[in-house]
Ligand binder design. Structure first.
Ligand code: GTP
Ligand code: MG
Length: 341
């Protein structure tokens, strides 16, 4: 859900399935359309017997399966450079293409970054390996250290075209956030890397460093970040806007506005988690508040709760499409092309 336009506090969060007019054609085609009512609510619509209802459900289910499959195929087929729009007659070969398109997760403590990696993976695992275990350890509560070491997760698991980096949470100290985010985005990220300061709870770096050795053999690649996914917990945003925890949205806004988090002029995409704990109205309200807070359109905000359903799967795929499209639009042009021009 999310990523849709026209959300108002009184409407439900729009999703790719109910906002096809604002989606690129190829994605809108995947969207299952509910049977159209002509407004005549006469008793005629109640004469379906059980077999007919079952057949309708079956047909609708098949349509949804097909929509999802095609949306997944679009992501599976992608290779860096495929979605370059070719402005000014340029071709993919005129750009500096990444070896793998790299998306960076950024967000506060327990906002659901690691859960999102598992959730994105599960969308593809449903076809590839439905019983595959979760890839990432999630934080059960705020006492756990949470994610400490950067890790690279190809999407889907066997991909060499897209990867997501799960990261350590934002701190309540803006200075630390600035240093950490600046380093990741300007210098690149590599697996096994950890933030170079003490955790907020006072855990000394020397206590946790040794456990990162198991990743040290992976220290070979540094990836340039191609796009940023900013993850926020919808329930915390709601509390904050209700005045209970104002600090949450202040930290969010400060971090979100760092210019280096934007790739080109494109600010990060926002994913709102924990929507399963909110009503539809509250979810729409959170999206509107975030759009206002960050100064971005609601189409850039994706409502992705932990729930396992068709709408969420489609929202995940639409969010990935959005990230890849924006990453590709901001790839640098090769020097040789510039000289030629
Ligand atoms: N109900 C619900 N719980 C969620 C959702 N997303 C995450 N959680 C829970 O929130 C807790 C924290 O999730 P994580 O994915 O570990 O959060 P994180 O952002 O990776 O946390 P750090 O690594 O500590 O920064 C876990 O208990 C998750 O199960 C969601 O959308 N809905
Ligand atoms: Mg985590």
């Amino acid at each position: 859900m999310g990523g849709g336009g026209g959300v108002t506090p009184t409407s439900t969060p729009s999703s790719p399935s109910c906002s096809s007019e604002i989606l690129p054609l190829e994605f809108a085609e995947y969207v299952a359309v509910a049977p159209v009512s002509d407004g005549d609510e006469s008793d005629e619509c109640c004469v379906c017997d059980d077999a007919e209802v079952e057949a309708l459900h079956y047909a609708s289910r098949r349509l949804q399966d097909r929509s999802l499959r095609e949306a997944k195929d679009l992501i599976r087929r992608y290779k860096p450079g495929d979605w370059i729009e070719g402005a000014g007659g340029t071709k993919a070969g005129d750009y500096v293409l990444p070896e793998i398109t790299t998306l960076l997760l950024v967000g506060p403590r327990c906002s659901g970054k690691s859960t999102l990696v598992n959730r994105i993976t599960s969308v593809f695992d449903k076809d590839d390996d439905p019983f595959a275990p979760d890839r990432v350890q999630v934080s059960r509560n705020s006492k756990s250290n949470g994610t400490i070491f950067l890790r690279e997760y190809p999407i889907p698991r066997n991909s060499n075209a897209i990867c997501i980096y799960d990261t350590q949470s934002l701190s309540s100290n803006p200075k630390k956030n600035f240093q950490m985010l600046h380093q990741w985005v300007t210098k690149g990220v590599s697996p096994g890397e950890m933030a170079t300061w003490d955790a907020d709870d006072g855990t000394m770096i020397k206590d946790i460093k040794p456990s990162g050795r198991k990743y040290s053999f992976l220290h070979c690649k540094t990836r340039k970040v191609n796009y940023v996914i900013f993850v926020v917990d919808g329930t915390s945003v709601l509390e904050s806007t209700d005045g209970k925890n104002k600090e949450y949205t202040e930290i969010l806004r400060e971090a979100f506005m760092y210019p280096f988090l934007s790739i080109g002029d494109d600010k990060p995409v926002v994913v709102v988690t924990h929507g399963d704990r909110l009503s539809m109205k509250q979810r729409a309200h959170v999206q509107n508040e975030l759009a206002e807070l960050f100064g971005i359109p609601v189409q850039q905000i994706f409502d992705i709760p932990g729930s396992d359903d068709y709408q969420t799967d489609l929202a995940i795929l639409d969010m990935l499409r959005y990230c890849i499209q924006h990453a590709e639009q901001n790839l640098p042009v090769k020097l040789s092309y510039l000289l030629e021009v």
